[in-house]
Design a protein around this ligand. Structure first.
Ligand code: NAD
Length: 348
């Protein structure tokens, strides 16, 4: 366990420790906890430094840095998005992140964030759906049954009151995997053979597909009045999921407009197309759903403040546990100015 004298040792949460932490806390409880931390940080939205994430694009994917600070604590996430990776046995999305003390600049946490991103994305989706989805929504269509899909489904159950999920993926093996993983969780699962079949009777339509293309997962004629669309997979320039006509018919809610206009489904619309920032709805400053007929669309791309919240959650929850390793990440000479002497003394 770290002690205050170990300031130069940084707690590091490996993938294995993250998985143990999730099991220790319990997945539904952790999803609810993350949603609470995200809601808390969204309520302090104006205090944060905000910038669209810094993206390095290639033909195959993107590598991004996502920084933010509330003036006391600084955080960033490194994340990639490579849709073709899965055919080579690699993840589409991998991530790690860091939290630091603004006063000293010293890191206070380094952690894996591949698992954590799946949880925070799902917690954000469910927090938003709880606000925007039609009252009493119980059925969700889950289109795209890859790495995020079980987390999305279980968060919608833990936070959003969903009892039924209807799965569809162009790859039947992905649907079979997702259905098997959701067995015994309490969710009623139906495997479908088309997106049209999956959305039958659903009040929440989640799209979470990965293709570096202007894909149309939901066409205009598929979407009737009153549904909530949780659009997760369109999160990069040239990568979308929702037909522009649906975006024109619905009311669009986003995280941070300067980033979403570059990366979200709304990249297909005019730069001044009206959108509502979701933090304002959660804070009670702007209206969310105002009628039973309204189509609400959460054009999610994932914003740095959600990662900051997740990092804060992990920092708080590992305290007093064994779910981390102290990492020798920072040089710590006895005399702070004698870095060279420290090097000399280390000679064997
Ligand atoms: P993944 O590669 O594990 O799964 C994607 C699935 O989509 C695959 O099973 C694939 O077969 C399926 N698919 C592709 N085209 C389809 C189509 N036309 N119809 C139905 N299914 C289709 O990826 P993942 O980790 O689950 O991520 C999914 C998407 O979500 C990615 O684009 C990723 O960038 C994005 N994402 C967004 C956020 C956010 O905060 N908004 C966070 C994490 C991931």
């Amino acid at each position: 366990m770290l002690s205050p004298s170990d300031k130069a040792l940084v707690p590091f949460v490996s993938v294995d420790n993250m998985m143990q932490l999730i099991h220790h806390v319990g997945l539904p409880e952790m999803l609810r906890g993350l949603a609470d931390y995200i809601a808390d940080d969204f309520s302090r939205w104006e205090r944060f430094d905000k910038t669209p994430r810094v993206a390095s694009h290639s033909a195959e994917g993107v590598i991004e840095l996502m920084p933010t600070s509330d003036g006391e604590t600084y955080g960033f996430k490194y994340v990639n998005g490579h849709p073709k990776n899965t055919v080579e046995g690699l993840q589409t999305v991998t991530a790690f992140g860091l939290l630091a003390d603004v006063e000293t600049g010293y890191p206070v946490l380094l952690t894996e964030m591949t698992m954590l991103t799946a949880l925070r994305t799902a917690a954000t989706s469910a927090l938003v759906a709880k606000t925007l989805a039609p009252k009493g929504a119980t059925i969700m269509a889950m289109i795209g049954n890859g790495a995020q899909s079980e987390f999305q489904s279980l968060a919608m159950m833990a936070i959003g009151g969903i009892t039924h999920v209807r799965l569809y993926d162009i790859d039947p093996a992905a649907t079979a995997k997702c259905a098997a993983n959701l067995a015994g969780t309490g969710l009623h699962v139906t495997s479908c053979t088309s997106a049209e079949d999956a959305i039958e009777g659903a009040q929440i339509l989640t799209t979470c597909t990965a293709d570096k293309a202007y894909a149309t997962i939901l066409t205009d004629n598929m979407v009737g009045a009153g549904v909530h669309i949780n659009a997760i997979g369109g999160d990069c320039p040239g990568k979308t999921e929702i037909a522009p006509a649906i975006l024109e018919r619905g009311d669009i809610f986003v995280e941070y407009p300067p980033q979403t206009r570059i990366e979200g489904d709304i990249q297909q619309l005019a730069d001044d197309h009206p959108v509502t920032e979701i933090w304002e709805v959660l804070a009670g400053r702007r209206a969310g759903r105002t009628s039973d007929k309204q189509i609400t669309i959460f054009d999610s791309v994932g914003f740095a403040i959600e990662d900051f919240s997740a990092l804060r959650f992990v920092r708080d929850r590992i305290e007093g546990t064994a779910f981390f390793h102290p990492l020798d990440l920072l040089a710590d000479p006895d005399d702070p100015r004698d870095l060279f002497g420290m090097l000399n003394r280390a000679k064997v």
